[in-house]
Design a protein around this ligand. Structure first.
Ligand code: NAD
Length: 437
């Protein structure tokens, strides 16, 4: 069995590497020559814990190779995964499928013999059928099946998520394609991973429905946090109190600055678009989208209020820029909204993030960066925590207080305790958690 993984980004590189760890021969293809040249030398283009060792081991074992030659890789493969980006398009949240369709065309031109062509990218309902059509139009004689196999890994925990998933979803409509997919995921049968076989459309929709549900859960607890602030309740305890109900579950009930990242924002938008087009609008998801974008403004307001009503001419130190810890991914991070909003109001921003600063430099302007958490705090009027990296959870509070011009902290991830912070002499504000008395 041989796999060609087209697109060697967060998903393609992790999935390809993990399949090779399962013992399958994998060639990861990308059109970005620098990325492939680097990978051939063992340079990992993204920050993902544990990935470097797996890439090294499987490359040395000869099971994992890297190439820019899609044609050769597809020709030799039994299964061809499309794992290219599906960014938001220009209109109404519609996903931009040009990379997927381009990859499909390139594959169509070279395939000979039976191939399974699998969309691993997150693609709207109907994309699998469109890929089928593109290949059929280019090569009426081709022998192939198109399969949908959405990926559910989370950046920062991607390897574990791929190797021990809650489930695998496979939209495959022929026995031949189902058998190949079952063989590729056979190592997961040993750990009794549920594998759900569906038709193409169902599999495609499962991915969007899952992400929209999680985005809704986050937005729900964020609205509860807003309410907690008004009525003096504690959102941590509300989350625990409802989350212990097995029908609700404890995960994704952390109040914060709103969801971000490369998936939830674009996938909720794309689902809403699909639903509108299909004449079955998902008004709940539409509400989640608008609430979440308003929330970023609300978070900037929180900082302004905590700074006495104005940040004009004030220095604000920001800890954490990536959309979550343990990744260097800055796509749609809340920091990209909150920081410019504070700058608009006249704030000067100094920031530190363990992995996101190189990317942030491309996306933000007029920010000064430090080499560690403390370096950015000197003479700052307030400290704002946007991303909960572990190293920010146990700051030396005396040192922080000594560095800040005034001991003002806005903790948008609730990683400190309001009572303890008061005790430590901070003017501390978090999300949905009052002082106990
Ligand atoms: P990415 O931008 O990190 O990687 C995509 C890669 O595809 C890039 O390196 C690009 O150069 C390459 N590419 C584009 N067109 C190509 C072509 N014709 N031939 C070869 N390479 C090509 O994107 P990502 O984060 O890995 O996401 C990929 C897909 O997976 C998206 O649909 C995304 O929604 C989905 N997804 C992402 C995550 C995540 O956490 N990042 C999780 C689940 C699903």
């Amino acid at each position: 069995m041989r796999i060609a993984m087209i697109g060697t980004g967060y998903v393609g590189l992790v999935s390809g590497t993990c399949f090779s760890e399962f013992g399958t021969d994998v060639v990861c293809v990308d059109k970005d020559e620098n990325k492939i040249e680097g990978l051939k030398k063992g340079v990992i283009p993204i920050f993902e814990p544990g990935l470097d060792t797996l890439v090294k081991n499987n490359s040395e074992a000869g099971r994992l190779t890297f190439s820019t030659d899609l044609a050769a890789a597809a020709k030799d493969a039994d299964a061809i995964f499309i794992a290219v980006g599906t960014p938001p398009g220009e209109n109404d949240g519609q996903a931009d499928l040009s990379y997927v369709y381009q990859a499909a065309k390139e594959i169509a031109e070279v395939i000979d013999g039976y191939k399974v062509i699998i969309t691993k990218s997150t693609v709207p309902v109907g994309t699998g059928r469109a890929v089928e059509r593109i290949i059929r139009e280019t090569r009426p004689d081709a022998d192939f099946d198109v399969v949908s196999n959405p990926e559910f890994l989370r950046e920062g925990a991607a390897i574990n998520d791929f190797m021990r998933p809650d489930r695998v979803v496979i939209g495959a409509e022929t026995k031949r394609a189902q058998d190949i997919m079952a063989e590729l995921y056979r190592p997961l049968y040993l750990i009794e991973t549920p594998i759900l076989f569906t038709k193409l459309e169902t599999s495609e929709l499962i991915k969007y429905a899952g992400n929209a549900f999680l985005a809704t859960k986050i937005s729900f607890i964020n609205q509860m946090a807003d309410l907690c602030e008004k009525v003096g309740a504690d959102v941590h305890q509300v989350a625990k109190g409802i989350g212990l109900d097995g029908r609700i579950g404890r995960k994704f009930l952390h109040a914060g600055p709103g969801y971000g990242g490369s998936c939830f924002p674009k996938d909720t938008q794309a689902l809403a678009y699909t639903a509108r087009e299909a004449g079955a609008p998902v008004s709940l998801v539409e509400d989640v989208i608008s609430y979440n974008s308003a929330r970023k403004r609300q978070m900037a307001e929180k900082v302004i209020v905590q700074c006495g009503g104005s940040v004009a001419g004030k220095k604000i130190a920001v800890l954490g820029l990536t959309f979550k810890p343990n990744t260097d991914d800055m796509r749609d991070s809340p920091s990209l909204d909150i920081i410019p909003l504070l700058q608009e109001k006249g704030a000067q921003i100094s920031a530190y993030d363990p992995e996101g600063m190189a990317e942030a430099e491309e996306l933000l302007t007029d920010v000064s960066y430090g080499q560690n958490a403390y370096e950015i705090m000197s003479d700052a009027d307030a400290l704002v925590i946007i991303t909960e990296w572990n190293e920010f959870r146990r700051l030396d509070l005396d040192r922080v207080k000594g560095l800040l011009k005034s001991p003002v902290m806005v903790d948008l991830r609730n990683i400190y305790n309001p009572d303890e912070m008061k005790e430590a002499g901070f003017d501390y504000l978090c999300v949905g958690r009052p002082l106990s008395a």
